[in-house]
Write a protein that binds this ligand. Structure first.
Ligand SMILES: [Zn+2]
Ligand SMILES: [Zn+2]
Length: 392
């Protein structure tokens, strides 16, 4: 009976955490100390988000709904990278307190929990990248856990407020983080009502409430989650490493396009305080371009550049790599040449020695030498041959 009661309490607590993410039967420290394990009840909204995509079967599609899904993916990916990551996690630029609140509301539509949860986990990732305590390291936990498993684990639900002390002084940000379901519900409801309104106000768009809800919220948000998750999984596995960081972070052009600039992850792990992750003009970083545009409006300011020392380090590494590649390739060329030449030369030598003509010539030379010796011996008996002369 006691076991049943405890299980029921845990079930109730998980349900209540859908609304109040800080509600808990145990302390956050005790939960974080537990081993990883999926909290299925707590994850039901996340599962519903994915299952909601099946709604496509019933609502069909329209150009307007598909366009809305793509546009909302881009606008909210910008919120994830430009706000949750480059502002709340790393403070790579500044804004007013009201501006910060608006940024938090915008970030809330991305449905990636609250800004404090996001920032605290991300700061932990940078402090322990690819170490055993890193919650989403593919090196430690494998690809699938790094991509999606870690976010379902009970020990990763609490926010570690000790890591975001610079942000906890703003009660409005703490509130939005604690009740992180509020903005997503308002956002989804707004799409439903917008679709209903457009169905009557602009029938030429051929959309309706449920269709805009499925495409604009469920499909777009699911894609947004997996696009963001590539940074935790793929960018610690695939790509190039410009900087010799202690983690496995890599730079990837493709992932930088999908995530509007976050694919330059090795750059970012080397220097986190810069507003830009693409350090050079050819490293496409759409989030940075967007932030730069916003800075012209005065809404944000103080964008932090990449220091000269980092560029010098990158140039030094590039120079070093070029020399190493060149020396390896030149030695490899010589080895390859020898590999080709030596067996050929050996084969020619063996074939030459074994050929009947050469064998006959060698035999003739040997016979004539013996004949010469015998002639000298018979014509000048007692005279030592030139062979023995040399030895006296
Ligand atoms: Zn990383
Ligand atoms: Zn970061």
């Amino acid at each position: 009976m006691a076991l049943f009661t405890q299980a029921f309490r845990r079930f109730g607590a998980s349900l209540f955490q859908w609304i109040d993410s800080d509600y808990s039967l145990e302390t956050p420290e005790a939960i974080r100390a537990q081993p990883d394990g999926v909290n299925l009840v707590r994850c039901i909204p996340f599962i519903v988000l994915h299952l909601g995509c099946l709604g496509l079967i019933w609502v069909g599609w329209s150009w307007f709904a598909v366009g809305a899904a793509v546009a909302l993916y881009l606008v909210r990916m910008f919120a994830v990278t430009g706000i949750l990551h480059r502002y709340f996690s790393h403070k790579t630029y500044s804004t007013s307190r009201f501006g910060q609140f608006l940024l938090a509301l915008w970030a809330g539509t991305s449905v990636q929990r609250g800004p404090l949860w996001w920032a605290s986990h991300h700061r932990h990732h940078h402090q322990h990248s690819d170490e055993p305590v890193d919650a989403h390291s593919p090196r430690i936990h494998g690809f699938l856990w790094a991509h999606i498993g870690w976010i379902t684990s009970k020990r990763n639900f609490p926010t570690d407020y000790s890591k975001v002390k610079d942000l906890t002084k703003y009660p409005e940000i703490v509130w939005l983080s604690r009740y992180d379901i509020v903005v997503p519900v308002l956002f989804a409801t707004s799409l439903l009502f917008l679709g209903r309104y457009l169905e009557h106000a602009a029938p030429a768009l051929q959309t309706n409430g449920p269709q805009l809800l499925i495409w604009g919220f469920f499909v777009s948000t699911t894609a947004l989650f997996h696009g963001t998750a590539t940074i935790n999984s793929f960018t610690h596995l695939w790509g190039n490493r410009r900087f010799d960081t202690t983690d496995d972070s890599r730079n990837s052009f493709i992932l930088a396009l999908i995530t509007l600039g976050e694919g330059w992850h090795n750059n970012h792990h080397r220097y986190q305080s810069s507003t830009r992750n693409g350090f050079y003009w050819w490293e496409i970083d759409i989030t940075y371009y967007g932030l730069k545009l916003l800075s012209y409006t005065g809404f944000i300011w103080g964008l932090k550049p990449v220091p000269k020392s980092i560029y010098e380090e990158a140039a030094h590494r590039a120079h070093h790599d070029t020399i190493r590649r060149f020396s390896i390739s030149s030695v490899q060329d010589e080895i390859n040449t020898l590999k080709r030449v030596v067996p050929t030369a050996a084969a020619i030598a063996i074939a030459t020695v074994n050929s009947p003509e050469v064998a006959a010539q060698l035999k003739m030379k040997a016979d004539s030498a013996i004949h010469k010796d015998l002639t000298e011996q018979t014509q000048h008996p007692g005279t030592p041959s030139h062979h023995s002369t040399g030895s006296n």
